[in-house]
Design a protein around this ligand. Structure first.
Ligand SMILES: [Zn+2]
Length: 312
């Protein structure tokens, strides 16, 4: 029914929302931590360019996700850190041993959906089916509940007011898909920065917006994807410290292709090409430095470490 969802979802990303309660910020310097995440997908899963191959072609393309994800696992093992791995369901089905290996090494398995479709291009029912399908695949492989979700391309917008409701219906406990700034696909300008709780009165989940920090009054991301590649390390470090001092966790996100500067390129226009491939050779070094200089953890253990903040 049209009026039914109003109290839950689309209101919940702004500060004026009555439905989303702000979480108590962790006390300075005590529990605040960085959360390190990987969106486990292949080099051809770049979104929203005409050359992005449809799912029917994925099987025939040379895959590099295994090699590159293993490289990331090696870095995490070397630095002795545990991270959250948002697996694409399709990748997990094709390379089930990667999920098992990540579990064996103590990482958290979470879902990046099954088919890497933009949320705002799906009907609520299609989205629900995709979110459920990836959850089932991953839980079967991991042998434990999968609580976390991240949408492809952070594609949650005003056009998807049903998003949280469907995620709760699919049984997820937290999400990290809201991008609280202007962005190519997705982006929620004016959304709150700190993690918050979303409820429909019956079910609840925790939203961890992608970390942004205001620079000259504008929210900017420094902590993942093209942003992490573009900005110099000293700036990323300074912004990380600033967010932590404000009592918010910093959420880093990387893709396996980003530690492989020589991976094949999809044809695309100059601007997108810059965003997709700039400074690829800096990512590995930045990951090594960040995981050495900051305390990083998984979403699961961050939530476990802040029980008072996430209770009703
Ligand atoms: Zn993705």
């Amino acid at each position: 029914m049209p009026g039914q969802t109003e109290t839950t979802t689309h209101l919940a990303v702004t500060d004026s929302s009555a439905a989303a309660s702000s979480l108590a910020a962790p006390r300075k310097g005590t529990t605040a931590k960085c959360i390190f995440t990987v969106d486990v997908e292949d080099w051809f899963h770049i979104l929203d360019v005409p050359s992005t191959p449809p799912m029917s072609q994925w099987d025939s393309l040379p895959s590099l996700v295994e090699k590159n994800f293993r490289k990331l696992l090696d870095i995490f093992a070397e630095k002795d850190v545990r991270v959250t791995c948002f697996f694409l369901g399709w990748v997990a089905e094709k390379f089930p041993h990667l999920v098992r290996e990540a579990v064996r090494q103590g990482h958290e398995i979470a879902s990046h959906g099954y088919a890497h479709r933009l949320v705002y291009e799906l009907t609520p029912q299609e989205f629900l089916e995709d979110a459920l399908r990836s959850k089932r695949v991953l839980e079967d492989l991991a042998g434990r509940p999968v609580l976390g979700y991240r949408s492809s391309g952070f594609s949650v917008t005003e056009r998807t007011p049903w998003f949280f409701e469907k995620l709760m219906e699919a049984g997820y406990g937290y999400d990290s898909s809201v991008f609280p700034a202007r962005r190519e696909h997705g982006g929620f300008e004016g959304a709150r920065f700190a993690p918050y709780r979303v409820t429909d009165g019956e079910n609840a989940l925790i939203e961890f917006p992608v970390t942004v920090e205001k620079v000259l009054g504008k929210p900017l991301c420094f902590f993942g994807g093209g942003y992490l590649r573009l900005f110099p390390y000293f700036l990323i470090r300074r912004m990380t410290s600033r967010v932590l001092e404000e009592g918010r966790p910093v959420i880093f996100y990387v893709h396996p292709r980003e530690v492989d500067p020589l991976h094949p390129r999809l044809p695309m226009g100059a601007v997108r090409r810059f965003k997709s491939y700039v400074n690829l050779d800096t990512t590995e070094k930045k990951i090594r430095r960040l995981t050495s200089e900051f305390e990083v953890t998984t979403f699961e253990s961050f939530i476990r470490g802040n029980p008072e903040a996430f209770r009703n």
